[in-house]
Design a protein around this ligand. Structure first.
Ligand SMILES: [Mn+2]
Length: 312
């Protein structure tokens, strides 16, 4: 049996109840829906100590049109600063932060905190971005100005000043540390930018042709015990047939079994050190089933398996 690294035993839930960067209202109710679906106890049952630090506080959503290509830049910045500080604090204490979004613009605060932590700790970083969208828009390309379509671009240094370099260095991360999985909706200009930045994208075409197993093997290749693996799980990654409770559904996402395999293969690495769960929108959900599905998948991320697994 190989010596698989193990996760920290302490997990912290951080709620960020806002839809400040989204194009539909309701992701602000995400943290509570995940708690109602028993997220804390489910992770605890996998052998972790879970602390729920409650919800962060930030500005209300004024629901205004874009200014210079951005909607709510000031409010998005305030929320991300709160997320950044909370995630960094938990990492510094050796705990595994789970950010409960909230929309995906919060990935800026979360991943920048992870990047800052990795720099301080001398660790390598790998970011898995599970999403239907590439989130690589800029203010000139965006059709909407919604900042939840821009976090990866911001983290790679392409964005408004307050949202780039939150980690203390700009760019916060190199595009080469990102692996995007499940992508199936990219705006025309965004496509070019994504290509030029050299991001590694495993889109649905790749998944169709290669299958989830080969996809995850490729996305997880090159990790070692010194790598901090961050998982940014946008619930719209999943096929809307099984996950209707998101603001921006795109047909043709991973099935339940594919998603389970994805999560289990991440768990097998033993390297996940931080997690975002974002874009869950209870206002669009059906009897909380998308929240329950997300919790089911997170259970696998924290190591639930059907059988006692032998090493790889
Ligand atoms: Mn996203």
């Amino acid at each position: 049996m190989t010596n698989t690294p193990t996760l920290p035993t302490q997990v912290t839930l951080i709620g960020a109840p806002t839809d400040i960067g989204a194009g539909a209202r309701g992701a602000s109710m995400g943290p509570e829906a995940l708690r109602v679906a028993d997220l804390g106890p489910v992770i605890e049952a996998q052998g972790f100590q879970v602390r729920d630090r409650g919800n962060l506080y930030g500005p209300a959503n004024p629901w205004l049109p874009p200014v210079d290509g951005y909607r709510h830049l000031e409010e998005v910045t305030a929320w991300n600063q709160a997320v950044h500080d909370a995630v960094y604090e938990e990492l510094a204490e050796g705990r595994l932060p789970v950010l409960l979004g909230g929309d995906h613009s919060l990935g800026i605060g979360s991943v920048s905190a992870v990047a800052r932590h990795c720099r301080a700790a001398g660790k390598k970083l790998r970011v898995l971005w599970l999403d239907a969208h590439a989130d690589f828009n800029t203010h000139t390309l965006t059709p909407t100005g919604n900042l939840h379509g821009m976090p990866v671009a911001c983290l790679c240094g392409n964005g408004p000043e307050p949202l780039t370099g939150m980690s203390g260095e700009c760019p916060d991360i190199e595009p080469s540390c990102v692996r995007q999985i499940g992508i199936r909706s990219v705006d025309p200009g965004e496509k070019r930018l994504l290509h030029d930045a050299g991001l590694e994208v495993f889109d649905m075409r790749y998944l169709d042709e290669m299958g989830m197993r080969a996809t995850m093997q490729a996305a997880l290749a090159g990790l070692d015990a010194d790598t901090h693996l961050h998982v940014s799980f946008d619930v719209d990654f999943l096929d809307p047939e099984i996950a209707p409770g998101v603001g921006t559904t795109v047909m043709g996402g991973p099935t339940y079994r594919e998603a389970q395999l994805c999560m289990e293969m991440i768990a097998d690495t033993g390297l996940m050190r931080s997690l975002d769960v974002v874009e869950l929108n209870p206002a669009l959900d059906v009897r909380n089933r998308t929240a329950e599905l997300a919790v089911d998948l997170i259970e696998s991320l924290f190591g639930k398996s059907t059988l006692v697994r032998r090493g790889p």
